[in-house]
Design a binder for this molecule. Structure first.
Ligand SMILES: [Zn+2]
Ligand SMILES: [Zn+2]
Length: 529
């Protein structure tokens, strides 16, 4: 009963809401079985107030003035359309992180389960992604105003159940799991992460299996939301947009960006709306690659034109499913200053130290005026000759003693050959490098050394010569690399250069038999037995 009192206190003035909870509670307690809640919100206003009063969120109902001509819609418009099942399928396209799509999807499950008694199925591009949405949902249940009397037990890590029949379930990102269950509300998160079918790239794995599942439940209309950032030029969202354009998929597209969520004064009511501060946007911009910010936050269309490296090859190189050494699969962001270390083999997991028995290669590109510095390390002695990424770091320009110390530490931790771009470096800097590193004079423009290094590295990527976990920032540098970056007025990204420098050392490695696809080096599964 304590919960009810707190709900009442928060809701002074919302008589309808209080009555609804009282009736709801009465009904459930009286009959002790699932009941369809007849007095669920019936209008957008009622829904908006319910979400504010019970779940503490004031959803933005206005498009940002900058976005009216871009066809953006208010997040609440997408939210209400899904709740009332106005479109059987809705595609939400929004900025990553800042648009709060995953958050909104999680929030949507709350009125759906509590007021409609709906079954909600969550599937993300990865199990981690689905769980993220679900964790948001369960955190809302900890609010004092949450109708906890509806809960049957505590939510588990995959499922929550309510006395009114409402429930929420997190599916694994597999076809088998996606086909299990016919909950009327299907929520697919970060759809661009779903793989396309290798043999038929117009088909989307898992997502297509899930799409046919929702069924009507006690008079409740099925409704599907597919939410994503559009960042692959050849990915699931591109396929879905094509289906919509060709009339193959009947779905309404809702687009909004971070500006819709910006904290600002409403043009309509004069009140403050939104939750996102300008400072937060600046912080995000500072942490992301320029291209990444443009595509993911400013929602520029990912372009295919002018790109240099085959996209499938880049996806294999920075592979979200990489788990060769019992790693949890998934994506590492690679934000500025983040050091990422990946196990060299199963042995690493016991000591959390790279094995000294492997062969490593390190490449380093120094940040000059505005560039970043990047240091990448690969393990090269694998059974197939394919190089595995073991360490990655990139950061802003900083004083030379600090920068060089990063390289010194890296080569001490992963002993082996290393190379850096020594173009224009003075003796003073040189003296700060205390480990053995090959100085390479890359030069600018079309210099022969540069051209050969870059071409060799690109060829190696396209022949699957290098692989590892998905480091989002590095993926962007390689996926969106253009001819202009390499040979035109642009400049090649630091971690691309670092990778090329590392690859350039392959002919100098001690194991002479090393070649891509060649059966040399110790077993892949060493240390796992
Ligand atoms: Zn916008
Ligand atoms: Zn190892």
């Amino acid at each position: 009963m304590a919960v009810m009192v707190e709900v009442d206190a928060r809701r002074a003035g919302d008589i309808d809401g209080i009555l609804r909870d009282v009736k709801l509670t009465g009904k459930v307690r009286e009959q002790g079985r699932p009941a369809l809640i007849m007095n669920a919100p019936q209008t957008d206003d009622e829904l908006w107030r319910y979400v504010r009063d019970t779940w503490g969120i004031e959803l933005v109902r206005e498009v940002h003035p900058d976005c009216i001509n871009k066809g953006h819609e208010a997040p609440f418009t997408a939210f209400a359309s899904a709740y009332f099942a106005r479109d059987e399928t809705a595609l939400w396209i929004g900025s990553r992180g800042l648009a709060g799509k995953t958050y909104l999807m999680a929030l949507l499950a709350l009125p759906e389960t509590t007021t409609l008694g709906a079954g909600v199925a969550l599937i993300g591009g990865s199990l981690d992604q689905s769980k993220l949405a679900y964790e948001y949902t369960t955190s809302f249940w900890e609010l004092a105003s949450a109708p906890r009397h509806l809960l049957i037990g505590e939510p588990t890590t995959r499922e929550l159940k309510l006395t009114n029949g409402g429930n929420e379930y997190v599916h694994a990102a597999s076809s088998k799991s996606a086909r299990g269950g016919h909950r009327p509300r299907l929520r697919l998160d970060e759809a661009d992460e779903f793989d396309l079918n290798k043999n038929d790239p117009d088909m989307i794995k898992v997502l297509d299996d899930a799409m046919g599942q929702p069924m009507e439940q006690r008079g409740l209309h099925p409704q599907t939301v597919i939410s994503s950032t559009h960042h692959y030029a050849k990915g699931a969202v591109t396929v879905l947009l094509k289906r919509i354009a060709e009339g193959e998929l009947d779905a309404h597209k809702y687009t909004w960006c971070y500006k819709e969520s910006l904290r600002r004064r409403s043009d309509a009511t004069g009140e403050m709306i939104g939750w996102l501060s300008q400072a937060e946007v600046r912080r995000m911009r500072g942490r992301m690659r320029k291209k990444q910010f443009e595509v993911e936050v400013e929602l520029q269309e990912p372009s295919v034109e002018g790109r240099v490296i085959d996209s499938d090859a880049v996806n294999n190189m920075f592979n979200p499913a990489y788990n060769r050494v019992l790693l949890p699969p998934g994506t590492r962001q690679g934000i500025r200053g983040e050091y990422i270390e990946v196990p060299c083999c199963g042995e690493y997991l016991k000591t959390l130290t790279p094995c000294l028995s492997h062969t490593y290669v390190t490449g380093c590109d120094w940040g000059r005026k505005r560039d970043l510095t990047a240091i990448v390390t690969y393990r090269t002695d694998t059974a197939t000759g394919q190089w595995w990424l073991v360490a990655w770091w990139s950061d802003h320009k900083m004083p030379w003693p600090l920068l060089t110390e990063h390289l010194n530490q890296r080569v001490r931790r992963f002993p082996g050959r290393a190379a850096h771009d020594a173009t224009g470096l003075g003796d003073v800097v040189d003296s700060m490098i205390t480990v053995s590193v090959d100085p390479v004079i890359l030069g600018g423009g079309q210099s022969g050394v540069r051209t050969k290094l870059f071409n060799d590295y690109i060829m190696a990527i396209e022949q699957d010569g290098l692989t590892g976990v998905r480091v989002e920032a590095a993926w962007y540098s390689h996926y969106y690399l253009t001819k202009n970056d390499l040979w035109g007025s642009g400049h090649p990204p630091d971690d691309f250069v670092a990778g090329a420098l590392a690859w350039g050392l392959r002919s100098e490695l001690i194991d002479p038999g090393l070649q891509i696809g060649g059966p040399v080096g110790p077993s892949v599964v060493e240390g796992l037995r």
